[in-house]
Design a protein around this ligand. Structure first.
Ligand SMILES: *Cc1c(COP(=O)(O)O)cnc(C)c1O
Ligand code: SF4
Length: 436
């Protein structure tokens, strides 16, 4: 297939009025986008607007909900406050102060990311690196801290709205290599962001090539977390350095390592365009394995049919379904959250529709402070209705794979809402072991 190169052109709060589809929205909708995007980050692009969003179905369209800020993301008081500032032409400083106060009330750093997970080397904090589970180090290259479009529910949102003191960013790969030399238990390096695929192939090389030395033979997998396959598949097909990028992936393979693309697909429509399919074919031809993951979000993908479609299409296209996450306790969570019991129902209803090849997916999963908690189902235990849980990853590796129970609660939406069964003072693990 030949692809006509299309230049990446972002739309943000500052130039959204130039997007033709925005111009056709009614004045009230345009205003609410201006208000909500003053608080939460907003960015979209031509491809998302032209090929993924069904504008006939706005505001209910799932991809519109995924990429445009929504009224329900702010409570009435906050909405009125920001709306008033815009209407009265308030000063920049006044706007900044109000917006900053609202943001701070939206739990900008969930799951103890700041407190627990940034490692030290010779007493120095290694910013841009998180090491929570033995085998896998997360690396946030400083040049990859943005995305081709922003998800309205994004939990990395403080990175995009210039709360710089909270920003994880690595200046260079050097600290990473020094750290990995000392940590031979690490097998996987996960490049994440933002989206590392926002970088040029050249920039990406400066981070990846130093990892391919024989000295780091214990690093067996380079994982790359990306939503470019959905928001900008041109990255792998028609961008000027698309071929260089694939050559870089081939170089990782040639060093004897595995390239795992952790592809963020929120809806099956993101897999349906010809260029999205071509991107997957080209990545696979370069020797990459692609695993799919996304959080379950109200208004976007809270129907079993959507997940069954994602998993089935993934298998058909040669990808491996990996995680269905539960919406995190951060940002505009109220608008997007789904009760755990509903998440379970949707998961099971989708799971039962796909063959075993699609059942490689694990879900619903919560990335919580003590670990990655898999909600396996519900059961009656000693006369009490319970959630059956287990850790896929624990802060203590020994916690993984042991079933445990929490009191059934139809309203619980996150791990911190859950309580041990009536006859137990605490869950089987001890929270005070959190120290690393
Ligand atoms: C999910 C996650 C990983 C990777 O876990 P896998 O089970 O190997 O996919 C690593 N580090 C952190 C902090 C994570 O949340
Ligand atoms: S792709 Fe990931 S990091 Fe980027 S906006 Fe979406 S959720 Fe956030």
């Amino acid at each position: 297939m030949t692809q006509v190169a299309q230049a990446y052109q972002p739309f943000t709060r500052n130039n959204i009025h130039t997007l033709p589809q925005f111009q056709r929205l009614d004045a009230e909708t345009q205003h609410l986008i201006r208000v909500t995007s003053a608080v939460f980050p907003f960015r979209t692009n031509r491809y998302v607007a032209d090929e993924l969003i069904d504008w006939e179905n706005v505001p209910r369209d799932p991809i519109y909900q995924l990429t445009f800020p929504q009224r329900g993301m702010l409570n009435d008081a906050d909405f009125r406050k920001v709306s008033h500032l815009i209407e009265t032409g308030a000063s920049r400083q006044q706007m900044q102060d109000t917006v900053h106060a609202i943001r701070l009330r939206h739990n900008p750093h969930p799951a103890g990311q700041m407190e627990y997970n940034v490692p030290r080397l010779d007493g120095e904090m290694l910013n841009g690196i998180q090491h929570k589970y033995d085998e896998t180090v997360l690396f946030f290259p400083s040049r990859g801290q943005t995305c081709h479009a922003y998800c309205s529910y994004c939990f990395r949102w403080p990175q995009f709205v210039h709360m710089d003191d909270l920003k994880f960013a690595a200046k260079e790969a050097d600290g990473l290599v020094r750290y990995l030399r000392l940590h031979t238990e690490v097998t996987d390096v996960l490049l994440t962001g933002g989206d590392p695929m926002i970088m040029t192939a050249k920039a990406l090389e400066t981070y990846i090539l130093p990892l391919l030395t024989p000295e780091l033979a214990h690093i067996q997998t380079i994982r790359i977390g990306t939503k470019a396959v959905a928001y900008w598949p041109q990255r792998f097909v028609s961008d000027p350095d698309a071929d260089d990028l694939l050559r870089l992936f081939e170089a990782i393979r040639a060093s004897g390592r595995h390239v795992a693309i952790m592809a963020h697909y929120s809806h099956h429509r993101e897999m349906s365009t010809p260029i999205a399919q071509e991107a997957v074919r080209r990545l696979r031809n370069a020797g990459c394995e692609i695993r799919t993951q996304a959080p379950l979000m109200r208004h976007i993908n809270n129907r079993a049919e959507v997940w069954a479609n994602i998993w089935q299409n993934a298998v058909t296209m040669g990808m491996i379904p990996y995680y269905m996450f539960v919406s995190r306790d951060t940002g505009p969570k109220r608008y997007f959250e789904v009760p755990l019991v509903e998440a379970l129902r949707i998961f099971r209803q989708a799971y039962t529709q796909v063959s075993g090849l699609g059942r490689t997916v694990r879900g619903p999963v919560m990335s919580a402070t003590p670990g990655k908690v898999h909600i396996q189902g519900t059961a009656h235990v000693a006369g009490e209705k319970a959630f059956v849980l287990s850790f896929l990853q624990g802060r203590d590796p020994d916690w993984a794979g042991r079933p445990f129970f929490a009191r059934f609660d139809p309203e619980a939406t996150w791990f911190t809402d859950l309580r041990p069964l009536a006859d137990k003072p605490h869950f089987f693990y001890k929270a005070e072991t959190i120290s690393a």
